[in-house]
Design a protein around this ligand. Sequence first.
Ligand code: XMP
Length: 326
Amino acid sequence: TWTAGNVVAEQVERIRAQVGDARVICGLSGGVDSAVAAALVQRAVGDQLTCVFVDHGLLRAGEAEQVEDDFVAATGVQLKVVDARAQFLGALAGVTDPETKRKIIGREFIRTFEAAAREVVAEAGAHEEEVRFLVQGTLYPDVVESGGGEGAANIKSHHNVGGLPDDLQFELVEPLRTLFKDEVRAVGLELGLPDAIVWRQPFPGPGLGIRIIGEVTAERLDLLRAADAIARAELTAAGLDRQIWQCPVVLLGDVRSVGVQGDGRTYGHPVVLRPVSSDDAMTADWSRVPYDVLATISTRITNEVPEVNRVVLDVTSKPPGTIEWE
Ligand code: XMP
């Protein structure tokens, strides 16, 4: 019978057999897959694992802390955090085209991760050990989609680690290769990971970088993070997290609209709420979130984020709209 406990026991055996006493590296994104994969490897080989977290500054409120504090507390993993916020902002300065943003974010991510991986290798070298293994949170549907059998290491560009340089040769450790998403969550819970990580809704690798229409700036990121945190808190409070696939909050950075607050005219930015229901993100419908919940979100955002003076709801299915706006 399938139990999360059996999966953990079995994978711990397999990982130990594969890795021996070599060193292992794993990139954490804040998402559930990389977190569960890392936690399994940690359970199997402990301090032989070093996790790398690239903080690109495009995560939502509290997500970096979830990795740096909560994940570490739950697993005891060795974590190397790279603060690359300024670097990413600099690289994105003046850029408005969505695909260009994606390319820049992907490129900077790979560059930063590579540099961190080299440091881990160098540090391990001092102990005359080798870093030969890279953990990937590849799930069964990813394996099927890429038509891959055993050993077909299809590393996705944005949200996973990205292509690694030829002179850093890693063998992949993929402990989630036989699992579906719900099974991964069960394993995560079995391993004692925090609910906020285990139940995290899908979030794009390029993060808030593709949820600001127009240029990505530090000020706009702060606005969007504040608005997004309110929307998420209210959807959670209303008990809607498991019904809604995800709810992007999008800042229309290049649009302003006139408003009035107190005695004064305002000229602020709109944010868009994009709650969707879906099974696999290939198609989606807009979620019928109760009006009262929408009203609370709107009131709170416009009260608490003064630069935002208008909240609008996206009522487009996919197709023709994509889930994200960029
Ligand atoms: P769209 O907007 O294409 O999104 O309907 C479908 C799903 O994919 C996520 N998404 C991305 N994930 N890198 C990612 O890792 C990306 O560049 C990216 N773009 C969209 C989106 O959040 C949704 O779950």
